[in-house]
Design a protein around this ligand. Structure first.
Ligand SMILES: [Fe+2]
Length: 421
């Protein structure tokens, strides 16, 4: 459409310039023809006093003025005689007066000059002689077609580039909005293309900024609520006080050794802090029981990973922490719970949390056992590597703790915990 408009504009501009050039030429030639024709027609009218031998007179007039056509209109407004090559309409198409008695119009598609000479008799008007001369086209006019085609091609290429940039901007906005549906507010639309596209992209980005701020606020509220719940669970039993914080500390130490990036490390820390949140669904009589649990009570306790998964999966954008809560009691050999998955099928963060959880349970006092020394706890973890624990992670954890002990004497960081950590 743009190409068509540009092509038409170029054509119209060229045609207008050609008309202006023809108009100037018509003024000069028209004045010359007018002067010469007046002399001849006046003498013709005086000699005869009436339009006699018109055909012969018109031919002589046309030849002497190098005209293309000569027409005679009677006083009654009828075309009575014509001479010359003009085969078109008796009247010029789109005639315009450019001077007194001098007109310009179109004859058979070409611009044509017409000089109108009234033929006056002694008493009355005899009619009007119209002398026509086809005006030559400007030399450059033949190139107008090529110029129009070239302009259309350039307009097409420019339009295509412009549209491509605009569509790219639209695609970018669409991509950003599509990701919002997946609760991903991080992508921003590219601010490019036309001014309207830039406004649209900026408005979209501002909306995404607001959504992201709201999401972060909601996420913080969820996390704070979950942490408060976790603290409530721990507060019910003197053995569990501080358990989650210690487990989180051991997890972070391992993750730092494993070069986790900041975001993944923070997810692991939060998951470890909340790994036992599902115990909020366990009856207090079981949770706070002194001594070993019977089978029925143990079955109730085994439900806490799934309960934690359900609670934490409601937190937007933090799906990974619910995986930690669900999988921290799975065993490498598949004999854990709640799903009984094994090996690499257990999320890495869950395997890390499992070791940290067990180490804290071993090194703190429980209702059914005293606190073990760090060396004894590490020995148990070494022994259970490949059965209970991921063997590689277990070796890494033992190595990490022994390095720490070599650097400074270690003491258990707490003395109290719960029967099922
Ligand atoms: Fe647990």
């Amino acid at each position: 459409m743009t190409s068509f408009l540009v092509a038409m504009s170029v054509w119209w501009s060229g045609d207008w310039l050609a008309f202006q050039e023809a108009r100037e030429l018509a003024k000069v030639q028209g004045a010359h023809i007018q002067r010469a024709a007046l002399l001849q027609t006046n003498s013709m009218a005086k000699e005869t006093g009436q339009p006699i031998a018109l055909e012969k007179n018109l031919a002589e007039l046309g030849q002497s003025l190098h005209a293309d056509a000569v027409l005679f209109w009677s006083a009654q407004g009828e075309l009575t005689s014509r001479w010359g090559v003009s085969q078109g309409s008796p009247n010029l198409a789109t005639p315009r007066a450019i001077n007194s008695g001098i007109w310009i119009g179109k004859e058979s598609g070409s611009r044509c000059l017409e000089v109108r000479i009234p033929l006056q008799g002694r008493m009355t008007s005899l009619g009007e002689i119209r002398i026509r001369k086809i005006l030559p086209k400007p030399a450059w006019f033949n190139s107008l077609g090529r110029a129009t085609t070239l302009a259309a091609c350039i307009a097409f290429v420019v339009s295509w580039i412009w549209l491509r940039r605009s569509f790219r901007a639209i695609r970018s906005v669409f991509h950003s909005l599509e990701r919002v549906g997946r609760e991903d507010f991080c992508h921003r639309a590219a601010v490019e293309g036309s001014a309207e596209m830039k406004c649209l992209a900026k408005a979209t980005n501002q909306t995404l900024d607001s959504l992201m701020d709201s999401s972060v606020r909601v996420q913080k509220v969820y996390v704070e609520t979950a942490l408060a719940l976790a603290r409530t669970v721990e507060a019910k039993d003197r053995y569990t006080s501080g358990h989650s914080h210690r487990v989180a500390k051991y997890c972070v130490e391992m993750a730092e050794w494993m070069n986790f990036d900041t975001e993944r490390l923070e997810t692991l820390r939060l998951g470890a802090l909340l790994h036992d949140i599902g115990k909020v669904a366990v009856p207090d009589a079981v949770l706070c029981k002194q001594g070993a649990l019977d089978d029925e009570e143990f079955d109730l306790m085994r439900k806490h990973p799934n309960a934690g998964d359900r609670i934490l999966s409601a937190i937007p954008g933090l799906r990974d922490i619910s995986d930690i809560a669900r999988s921290h009691h799975e065993r490498w050999d598949g004999k854990g719970y709640p799903l009984g998955v094994s090996g690499d099928s257990i999320p890495l963060e869950g395997r890390i949390c499992c070791i940290a959880d067990a180490f804290d349970a071993l090194t703190t006092e429980r209702s059914y056992k005293p606190a073990f020394s760090i060396e004894k706890a590490l020995g148990i973890i070494e022994k259970d590597a490949g059965t209970h624990f991921d063997p590689e992670l277990a070796r890494l954890f033992v190595s990490l703790k022994r390095n720490q002990m070599a650097e400074r004497p270690q003491i258990p960081e707490a003395q109290k915990s719960d029967p099922v950590s």
